[in-house]
Ligand binder design. Structure first.
Ligand SMILES: Cc1ncc(COP(=O)(O)O)c(C=O)c1O
Length: 367
């Protein structure tokens, strides 16, 4: 079976380096928020081109903590996309704020600025811009729009590790970037992990408190926080995996280029090309088809696993049905959710497997 992710096929040198890292932590006798976390935070913040990184339990908490750290909560509206992981919206809700759901652009599935313009109100405090599938686009437009409207730009970078737009890295455009290191992400831990990156020292210090029960110094709690601390073992393994991220991203880009050039089937549509190559790190390679279910079954029959990101847009999820949203509706999100299909695009895919996926998609026909 050609899998969506295949961790067991990772290079033995990487596995070995991770074992050494685990041993290093076990022998240190320090397991939560220590030197490994501090080292990883500094490395990741530097790569993102910002001054601060705050290691957290997961990517969802990074969004919640960014919002809470900016004093966004009850009575405040936060605009985001309907085509995202549920975690994006759950984080807004957990901060106590009100999500407002905007539509996407059909050619990229990224948040539509036109739709956001229809959603903005005097209560809007932030936009959570999701770099979905690994892509970024028109970041100056988003920065200008947020600036003109006096709202914060928060980037959900969970799928866009180190993607760059005009030389600047994901997470460095807004007041905060929220990264997830869930195992399947481009840089993944062996469990849950996340980070908030920011240029704002005040926000970074607040996030450090919020992740640790709101504690300022030992046993002093000037505010209510949460427990979202990063483990030393995860940080140590992430440091090792970081040395492989560049080559893994190159491999993803290679696979994406092969799919883009090789897939030729009138029943299958491609999303638009990234405006610049580095602005897409191909966390997912997504095509659309009006015959999605048949295409998925056809590929499964050929031993090719696929997934759907995402089959149910946020506004159709039970707890979200009454949410405020674009007055013109969310038709593009609905259409995309009905037709999108993610093909295997992980760095361990062999050339032979890539060719099989292309042939598999091209051999799909409607009876
Ligand atoms: C777009 C997006 N946002 C947020 C998250 C949440 O990250 P985590 O699973 O680390 O909480 C994810 C990952 O699932 C994601 O893909």
């Amino acid at each position: 079976m050609i899998l969506m992710n295949d961790f067991k096929a990772e290079p033995p040198e990487l596995r070995e380096a991770m074992m050494v890292a685990v041993r290093r932590v076990l022998e240190s006798g320090w397991y939560v928020l220590g030197n490994e976390v501090a080292t990883f935070e500094a490395k990741w913040a530097k790569l993102c081109g910002v001054s601060h990184g705050v290691g957290l339990g997961n990517g969802m908490d990074a969004i919640e903590i960014a919002l809470r750290g900016l004093d966004i909560g009850p009575g405040d509206e936060v605009i985001t996309t309907s085509m995202t992981a549920f975690a994006t919206v759950l984080a807004i809700l957990r901060a106590g704020a009100t999500p407002v759901i905007a539509d996407i652009e059909s050619e990229s599935a990224l948040l539509s600025l036109e739709s956001v313009k229809r959603c903005i109100s005097k209560h809007t405090k932030a936009i959570v811009l999701v770099h979905i599938y690994g892509q970024m686009r028109d970041m100056e437009l988003w920065q200008d729009f947020c600036h003109e409207n006096g709202v914060y730009l928060i980037e959900d970078c969970a799928q866009a590790h180190l993607a760059t737009w005009r030389g600047k890295v994901a997470g460095s455009f807004g007041v905060a970037g929220a990264y997830s290191f869930y195992p399947t992400k481009n840089l993944g831990a062996q469990g849950d992990a996340g980070m908030l990156v920011t240029q704002d020292i005040g926000l970074a210090e607040r996030a450090e408190r919020l992740r640790n029960y709101g504690q300022s110094e030992r046993y002093h709690h000037p505010e209510l926080g949460m427990n979202s601390r990063l483990d030393e073992i995860q940080a140590a393994m992430l440091i090792e995996r970081l040395s492989w991220l560049h080559s893994f991203t190159e491999r993803r880009d290679y696979i994406a280029a092969a799919y883009r050039d090789g897939i030729k089937n009138s029943n299958v549509n491609q999303l638009s090309r990234p405006q610049e190559a580095s602005a897409h790190v191909h966390h997912l390679y997504v095509v659309t088809s009006r015959h999605r279910q048949d295409l998925q079954s056809h590929l499964l029959g050929l031993g090719i696993q696929t997934l759907i990101h995402y089959p149910i847009p946020i506004h159709k999820q039970k707890p979200c049905m009454a949410f405020k949203s674009d007055p013109k509706g969310l038709k593009v999100s609905d259409g995309h959710a009905a037709e999108c299909l993610s093909l295997p695009c992980h760095p361990q895919l062999t050339d032979n497997e890539i060719a099989k996926v292309i042939d598999g998609v091209n051999s799909f026909g409607i009876k």
